[in-house]
Write a protein that binds this ligand. Sequence first.
Ligand code: NAI
Length: 251
Amino acid sequence: MTTQKVAIVTGAARGIGSAVAQRLAQDGMSVAVLDLNEDACRHTVDAITAAGGHAVAVGADVSDEDQVIAAVDRILERLGAPTVLVNNAGIIRDNLLFKMTVDDWDTVLGVHLRGAFLMSKFCQRHMVEAGWGRIVNLSSTSALGNRGQANYSAAKAGMQGFTKTLALELGRFGITANAIAPGFIATDMTRATAERIGVSFDDFIDAAAQETAVKLAGQPEDIANAVSFFAGEAARYVSGQVLYVAGGPVD
Ligand code: NAI
């Protein structure tokens, strides 16, 4: 009998993280559905359980060292050693540079970069002990530059450098690290952007679709499919890569 692999997906209460958690559960993993508020994870956990999978809800702020340590310990106790980590938790605080506050900067860098650093740091030991592991980090096409997102684009470009370094340091232990850089994906995050700029979400989705080569708006499942590949056995020779999942080439 093979034991079930344990995956942690951060920011999994909704959106891309929720779809990723459900997909990894379908792939046969036990999943820790981690988000700021444990109760908010209920929806994702219930969907996994209803589909016959195994999941637990974990409340933690990924940018807080003590909370990350406690969360990883709790997951170890409840599910076993985590050997798959998806650093998906994210926020936006968009503004043009001259209006961006220091708090906008620190908060965004804190969740994406500090969060991915802390989660990876406290999970890697379990992967090294297992001699196997998979880390998947969520970057973005914004890493290439996006007006109004100096903080977010810096964080998402940082995720790519972080990923490549993890790949180099951890490869000898059977651990791969890869990044996925989505283009537009229809979630609450992009819904909030549409609201902020005063456009209906439907119009915002249509406009985003028209900008892609495939003339489609991305869905959370499009990212979950890519995570599923990187997190699986089949990707053992793929590490330190950035996969743009954006409906076309990006530059
Ligand atoms: P979302 O806003 O729908 O979900 C993000 C989740 O992260 C929320 O449940 C939130 O509570 C959680 N979160 C935020 N701060 C946290 C913290 N400190 N600790 C734990 N959880 C925290 O966002 P969405 O669209 O699902 O995005 C997921 C990831 O994909 C993010 O990293 C985002 O930057 C990235 N992304 C999204 C794109 C899109 O078009 N939606 C495009 C490119 C990248």
